[in-house]
Write a protein that binds this ligand. Sequence first.
Ligand code: AMP
Length: 378
Amino acid sequence: MLILIINSGSSSLKYQVRDTNDDSVLTEGLIERIGESEVTDHAQALDQVDQKLTRVLGERALDAVGHRVVHGGERFGEPVLINNEITRAIERLNPLAPLHNPANVLGIRAITKKWPKLPQVAVFDTAFHKTMPEHAWRYAIPDQLYRTYGIRRYGFHGTSHEFVSRHAAKLLGVGASDFNGIVAHLGNGASITAVSGGKSIDTSMGFTPLEGLVMGTRSGDIDPSILIFLAREGYSTDDLDQLLNRDSGLKGMAGNNDMRSTEEAAADGDEQAAIALAVASYRLAKYIGAYHVAVGGAQALVFTAGIGENSWQFRQSVVERLGALGISLDDAANRKKSNEPREISTEESAFPVLVIPTDEEAAIAEATAAVIGEQNNQ
Ligand code: AMP
């Protein structure tokens, strides 16, 4: 099937066209500064995409559109075929993801208007984590806050965690539903998931993508009293949002949100950069220890995304902290550059350490094709 994958942001539209028969990418692009430039809205952005598709695809027609939708709330645990009711349901989740879901809905509505007959599927970033048990998704705060505002842990990066788990199982030669492991998605945003029987049973991001690991610009876990303290010092809610989401993490500690630059700075003797890396790798190692317990003994530890796939230094500094689990890296395998799924641990390692490149667009295309396939069989 020919699938158009849309990742619609508030001022950007990222797209890709894939043929799921041979998993090829026919075209892709990114339209930025929607609303600020000659592209005034998402409908105009889509006109540009349409012109490009006409050039690239010629006579071939799209079979469906797959949308990356950030928040599926408690309702969506699977990709769904979009209709008006589903669009409204996604819109009702806007308060939970104020930066993302409204933009996703804009993308859906723009396509509905332009190509009313083209089936659209929503693939949710939270969906894979819907299998988390209640003891993992509950915060220890009054139940009323959950009932009134939906304050609970949801988890994110689900499409990537699911895709990577499946491919890790494949590399290990086990069925996807037999996979017990730990998947660390380490990009600009970072999260780690405990996978048991192929399902997410815990993940480090929570109510929003701020909880958990040290990220490019996000703090990850902190004592919530810090916010109360700073509010009393005069910080506004916007100040706190800016502080924890955009001015913290590697950037806050060492001045740069980029892992490669931070590693280069540390290698050049920058002590702030070195401590930022140590905080990030220590935090991640603690989560891996915890999730090893959560899954009842992992079959594999898997690294993915920009840092997980490319930074041998960061992988090394994390695994060095995990001696108690009996795992160790093969130095040459860890340092080797590759875009392929691979094992990087020694033969003596208690369980394999893997690098599995993630591909969220491929996962969205596959999920979309599966929903459309089911629909056609009904
Ligand atoms: P992502 O959000 O998945 O694109 O990942 C972005 C992060 O990956 C940034 O912090 C990059 O610095 C990091 N990254 C990409 N390539 C490398 C590399 N070769 N070494 C270290 N970090 C890298």
